[in-house]
Design a protein around this ligand. Structure first.
Ligand SMILES: CC(C)(COP(=O)(O)OP(=O)(O)OC[C@H]1O[C@@H](n2cnc3c(N)ncnc32)[C@H](O)[C@@H]1OP(=O)(O)O)[C@@H](O)C(=O)NCCC(=O)NCCS
Length: 144
């Protein structure tokens, strides 16, 4: 059965490292807002959120290579957005150098880095971990 759970740090590191996504800033506290989609208790993908309502940073989206193109990434993004909405996040940001078109399909649009709100600009992903060439994207979520 497929379900969402908070991932173990070791599982998150394993999936992220394999996809060359940043892990240097990852703490146990971050994991309170990370979700793994598990199949028969094995994580097949994860996504994370750094909430600074009304802003949020979607991060660390990765799907196990053997489970790609089966809708797992889509379900993870939709779940993170639903959780963000519940946390009264109205603007969701992300940085990507690998999946801009994937996120465009969900309504994210490229924005200049200097348009990032202060809390997003102060995240380690933004300041140092993601290359300056990575694209900042934003999506306005429907508010209540
Ligand atoms: C990007 C990623 C999360 C997508 O997950 P997934 O489970 O394969 O995606 P889904 O099955 O839900 O969606 C598949 C669709 O997205 C497209 N897609 C998948 N990865 C893509 C990418 N990197 N760029 C553009 N489109 C992509 C597929 O072509 C497919 O399109 P189609 O439905 O028109 O055929 C996955 O490829 C991955 O883990 N990549 C490595 C890590 C990464 O780049 N993460 C994003 C960091 S910001």
């Amino acid at each position: 059965m497929i379900s969402f759970h908070q991932p173990a740090k070791s599982d998150a590191l394993c999936l992220l490292d394999a996809a060359n996504l940043p892990t240097a800033d990852l703490t146990e506290a971050h994991l309170n807002y990370f979700w793994a989609l598990t199949d028969q208790q094995r994580p097949v993908g994860i996504v994370g959120l750094q909430p600074f309502a009304p802003y949020g940073l979607l991060r660390s989206l990765v799907v196990s290579p053997c489970r790609r193109n089966q809708g797992v990434g889509t379900r993870l993004v939709q779940h993170a957005e639903a959780m963000a909405h519940r946390m009264e996040i109205a603007e969701l940001y992300l940085l990507t150098s690998t999946a801009q078109e994937f996120f465009e399909n969900f309504g994210y649009r490229a924005v200049k880095r200097n348009r990032a709100p202060e809390p997003i600009r102060h995240t380690q992903e933004f300041c140092s971990l993601c290359p300056t060439s990575s694209q900042l994207m934003r999506k306005y979520l429907r508010t209540k």
